[in-house]
Design a protein around this ligand. Sequence first.
Ligand code: ZN
Length: 420
Amino acid sequence: MTEAARPNTSFADTTLAHIVEMVRSRTALTRQELTDRTGLGRAVVRQRVDLAIDLGLAEESGIGASTGGRGPRLLRFRSESGRLALAALGPSRITVGVADLQGEILGRHTVDWEISHGPSKTLDEIVRTLRSELRHVLDKPVWGVGVGLPGPVEYVSGRPVAPPIMPGWNGFDVRGHLAVALDAPVWVDNDVNILALGERERLMTPEADNFMYVKVGTGIGAGLVSNGRIHRGADGAAGDIGHIAVAGSTTECRCGQIGCLEAIAGGWALVRDATDAARAGRSDILAGFLQNTDDLTLEHILQAMDAGDTYSTAAVAAAASTIGEALASTVSVFNPSLVIVGGDEVAFGEGFLARVREAVYRRSLPLATRNLQIVAPISDGHDGLRGAAALAAHEIFSRTLPDWVAEGTPVATLLAAQLS
Ligand SMILES: [Zn+2]
């Protein structure tokens, strides 16, 4: 299924949508400001504002500053009219949340859950969590659902495509399953795009119009924000940098190819190599850890580094340089002003980030890096949910508002389009 063709919208609906969006984004807060900014006549603005109030989308909220005489009546968007249901899925954890229509997180709940349980059980767990743990904030109709998955997603259909760590999910209709269960329209994207959207919401600076969010965890991927919007590419595969080839490498990747970036520098590759090193007697500290556990983790490598283990320190430094060299190619193609490097490997510290940075600057053309900053994210632990809320709010208000605004709620129109 692809997204249905947009219905023709009337001038009345388009201008109503414009006015609602200006009030929602706080671009204009009085009838006079709406008249000035839209160029519409006073009578038209008055009529549309009355309609927005009748529809429950806006309300009057106090009196603004006066320029002589009585101050103007202020308008506000009623972000409490509906709710956004959100889910951020990881390999072994799900965070479910509820936000208001401005994306303010009202409640969240995290459960330990293996994504290898498959799509039906996992999505049912999300619905169950919303209806039990988050019932107290799910007290208004759900207007939209935003979901982040830890694997490639075909965005127009909301279906995962050959995700390497999600057995059973390939091609599953995640959107349709949740849309039916929650009776609301659903948007699904990969977790890195969701993190990039979350950062975009937080930053809202000129640098955040063209930036790249690189996640270096178990796998490696990037979300590209171009002119303020996610760049997904023709098939939703843009930014999948974990599988670009590193020259000279013959290491087999979990995707089946040879020499991928993440097969050398991803978290799973670091753990694989650390285990080999421990068994081969190249690291006494890692060998000690391996006596007390079945599997090493990135946390063990970090502890070994902190304890002065020369193998771990060298392995992490080499991974950082390899990641930086691969990023240099991407920076040359995309020319961002900001690269945010997030994910579990960032726990290796400022030394890790410094090596990534050094490799990017060394391997890029001066013009591409003249204004480039490479930084770690400022995480508050809500990034995935904030991004999922930004995704749903963007679809509801920035893309489709004229299609449904005359009904006062998007649910029927957008759900019909998604389930057709
Ligand atoms: Zn690969």
